[in-house]
Design a binder for this molecule. Structure first.
Ligand code: CDP
Ligand code: CDP
Length: 221
């Protein structure tokens, strides 16, 4: 069983998905983290030729789990949870995610995982391409200014040395690339419930979504 949440960067998907997972005692799956993991490995290998990198994806063994509010990612046994959040990774992730070979690698991993449990997952194409038969689909959105301000607040004072303007530019560029790529672009599924979080507090928007889940799925413990 799976609840999917799609939408642009910074719209609140992963923080909401985590809160839903905590509240309903189900598992959380961050699909963007998987594309970030591939991007981090490609960068660390010195940006090798992409065709060669994509041809050898089967040599990468990913392992993920969600605990203590963190979605942990390991690649071939190495913990790369923090590394995948670097701004350098955000700057290149959309180019790696636009290739059909990386999409089929990530989708294969997710489908295997989801077959083993009850999940809430967030991404761009989960409701349209990966899990078209998901039990419940949300599409979250918010204005670019608000999304940039949220993301900037989150990374201020971390390893990332960036300005609000740079964060805004990165989100706008990624939105554009993610929405216009040929393979499984960011798009609202026809049967997704739209949640616009502009001007809404996190608590407000979370309780709205939990109510919908309760009505639709009767999942509450
Ligand atoms: O958290 P944030 O919104 O910054 O992005 P993310 O969810 O970590 O996703 C990073 C990138 O992965 C996105 O900008 C997309 O290029 C790609 N992605 C995707 O193509 N399909 C998904 N289902 C999830 C992420
Ligand atoms: O996963 P995605 O990139 O869509 O967004 P996120 O990482 O869940 O949310 C970005 C930031 O916005 C987080 O720090 C959230 O706590 C915050 N947020 C907010 O301030 N108000 C909301 N209504 C939703 C999220």
């Amino acid at each position: 069983m799976i609840i999917v949440i799609d939408g642009p960067a910074g719209s609140g998907k992963s923080s909401t998905a985590k809160a839903i997972a905590n509240s309903l005692h189900i598992q959380f799956l961050d699909s963007g983290a998987l594309y970030r993991a591939l991007t981090y490995l490609w960068l660390r290998r010195g940006k090798p030729d992409k065709a060669e990198f994509f041809e050898n994806l089967s040599e990468i063994e990913l392992q993920t789990d969600y605990s203590n509010q963190v979605f942990h990612v390991q690649a071939n046994g190495e913990n790369i949870t923090d590394k995948i959040r670097l701004q350098e990774v955000a700057n290149h992730v959309s180019e790696i995610a636009s290739d059909p070979r990386s999409r089929s690698f990530v989708n294969g991993y997710m489908k295997k995982l989801v077959a083993q449990g009850v999940f809430v997952a967030d991404g761009r194409d989960l409701g349209t391409a990966v899990f078209p038969d998901a039990e419940l689909k949300f599409y979250m959105d918010a204005s670019l200014d608000e999304r940039a301000a949220r993301r900037f607040k989150e990374i201020e004072g971390t390893e990332n040395d960036v300005t609000l303007e740079q964060v805004k530019q990165n989100l706008a560029e990624r939105d554009h690339k993610d929405s216009n790529r040929k393979s499984d672009p960011l798009r609202k599924a026809e049967d997704a419930i739209v949640v616009d979080t502009s001007g809404k507090s996190f608590e407000e928007q979370l309780s709205e979504m939990l109510e919908i889940i309760d009505e639709e799925l009767k999942l509450k413990p």
